[in-house]
Design a protein around this ligand. Structure first.
Ligand code: C2E
Ligand code: MG
Ligand code: MG
Ligand code: MG
Length: 290
């Protein structure tokens, strides 16, 4: 019996969609249990001062290992956690893990910092900041050593975002806009926010040296950050050519596989130590002068 290819294709597509949504449904059910059972851990990706090579700290990146040993990518489970009201509990766990993993390093080396990703809900409610300040108390870690990254996706309500970010800065944290350039930010909008840094999204770094339509945008994005008097951090640097380009444009910090992939805590501390011997220590005061 002859079946037209189009029909087969359509059936295949329907099957794929069904399979994907079932996978999402089952992950959704599992996620609540996983949060309760604390099946998460952190990797740390080194952040490098581009003109000196100094390691100034790391970004904490969440990982989920299920009981069967398989791992789920954060781009998959973070949005699910956001939809299901689990993200604030997860952020609490991230705060606890950063303190447990990095307390010794941060107390030993005041110039080091760890960045924590906040999600939309954290920025709207501001609860994570109260948790953070309560958990930091008595640890010896300075608030200046914890940087916060928030995506624009979080700023559904700009007034609330402004309030939360202002509280964060007053507490001493550095505040960065994550994935900068992929959202809708205008200069005017950014000017209204209390910020220290912009993290340029990887897609703009990927475009460097290519003839893609995005390529010319990268230098505008950098100019925009400079106009606002903010630090710039480039994410996803993979090639020496990208590094050279960013250095030439005075992008202050960067992270990416060219330097290191995200690492387990011990491996990050070894990396940090090795860089320190090779390139020296970071300045202690990296608060934004503006
Ligand atoms: P992000 O905050 O923009 O983090 C950067 C992502 O780029 C990380 O992906 C990192 O592993 C990846 N990356 C860094 N350098 C390179 C590179 O040179 N090449 C390539 N191909 N990739 C690179 P990851 O760890 O999969 O995290 C994805 C996203 O999940 C993060 O994007 C962030 O939005 C979210 N996320 C991760 N951890 C947390 C967390 O603790 N809380 C919240 N709310 N979101 C998190
Ligand atoms: Mg981030
Ligand atoms: Mg980012
Ligand atoms: Mg990104």
């Amino acid at each position: 019996q002859y079946i037209p290819l189009g029909v087969l294709g359509a059936l295949g597509a329907v099957g794929l969609v069904l399979w994907l949504s079932r996978r999402r449904l089952s992950l959704r059910g599992e996620l609540a249990t996983a949060v309760r059972r604390r099946e998460f851990f952190l990797h740390y990706q080194p952040i490098i001062e581009l003109d000196t090579g100094i390691c100034v700290g790391a970004e904490s990146l969440l990982r989920w290992r299920r009981p069967d040993g398989s791992q789920v990518r954060p781009d998959l489970f973070i949005p699910l956690a956001e939809e299901n009201g689990l993200i604030e509990d997860l952020t609490d766990q991230v705060i606890d893990m950063v303190i447990a993993d990095m307390r010794d390093l941060l107390v030993r080396d005041r110039s080091a910092h760890i960045a924590i990703n906040l999600s939309a809900c954290d920025v709207s409610s501001g609860r994570a900041l109260k948790v953070l300040s309560a958990r930091l108390a008595g640890t010896g870690i300075h608030p200046q050593q914890i940087w916060l990254e928030a995506t624009e996706r979080g700023f559904i309500d700009i007034e609330r975002a402004r309030t939360t970010l202002a509280i964060a800065r007053r507490a001493g944290h550095n505040v960065a806009i994550d994935d900068f350039g992929v959202g809708y930010s205008s200069l005017q909008y950014l000017q209204q926010l209390p910020l220290d840094a912009l993290k340029i999204d990887k897609s703009f770094i990927d475009a460097i040296g290519t003839d893609s339509a995005t390529s010319p945008v990268t230098s505008h994005i950098i100019d925009m950050a400079k106009t606002l008097g903010l630090f710039t951090v480039a994410e996803g640097i993979e090639t020496p050519a990208q590094l050279t380009y960013l250095q030439a444009r005075q992008v202050e910090f960067g992270q990416g596989w060219l330097f290191s992939k995200p690492l387990p805590p011990d491996a990050f501390m070894a990396f940090h130590q090795q860089r320190r011997e090779q390139y020296g220590m970071a300045r202690e005061d990296m608060q934004n002068p503006n």
